[in-house]
Design a protein. Structure first.
Length: 207
């Protein structure tokens, strides 16, 4: 290792930090969290209120398991994760804890979430070939596309890890033709999110 290697790495990190600071990445991240947290807290508060005052959430989950096949539930989750993540993944994590193989089904929904992101990525790529759809999405997702062009992989990483729409980040990545290999690499953080959330929700549901 040369005498200036550490300095070069430090300088690169400093430049990267300055770039994200200058382009507003940190501000975007703070604003996104501010917008994402209230709905999540509202959902959690609503579930807790129902659990304690209306209907035991464990009984509700057991009812779902008794009346709907695991295949159907996983299919609904995959479709949701492929089209903008319209159903909170946390509900499915809680469901997986009540199955006969919690770790297996938690792993399954993590895989399906990752796969749903890939579907969104290629939907974005396909949109490039259909002018009307691309023009529509370009207007509707102007802000996301602008951010994707500025921050690329880090936007995918944020979408994969935090309670933000991973499908939207994936769709934007496809529309700007972000390198698929690197998309997969950053998207692997989705598994980390499900592991962390799974540990937290499993303990909550058991309680």
């Amino acid at each position: 290792m040369g005498p200036y290697t550490g300095t070069k790495k430090k300088n690169r990190l400093q430049l990267l930090h300055q770039y994200y600071q200058y382009t507003g990445f940190y501000t975007f991240l703070a604003d996104a969290m501010k917008k994402a947290l209230p709905p999540i807290l509202l959902v959690v508060a609503g579930i807790a209120a129902i659990h304690f005052f209306v209907y035991d959430i464990n009984d509700a989950l057991e009812y779902v398991i008794a009346n709907y096949s695991n295949f159907l539930i996983l299919t609904v989750f995959f479709v949701s994760e492929s089209i903008l993540g319209i159903i909170p993944p946390e509900l499915f994590i809680a469901w997986s804890d009540k199955t006969d193989a919690p770790i297996f089904y938690l792993s399954m929904i993590a895989v399906l979430s990752f796969a749903g992101g890939i579907v969104s990525y290629f939907t974005g790529r396909a949109a490039l070939k259909i002018p009307r759809i691309y023009e529509y999405l370009e207007v509707k997702m102007a802000k996301h596309l602008k951010n994707a062009r500025k921050w690329g992989g880090f936007l995918i990483l944020v979408g994969a890890l935090l309670p933000l729409p991973f499908a939207v980040a994936s769709l934007a990545a496809g529309m700007i033709r972000f390198n698929f290999k690197y998309y997969l690499l950053f998207g692997l953080a989705r598994f980390v999110r499900f592991a962390i959330y799974g540990a937290a929700i499993f303990s909550l549901v058991e309680g």
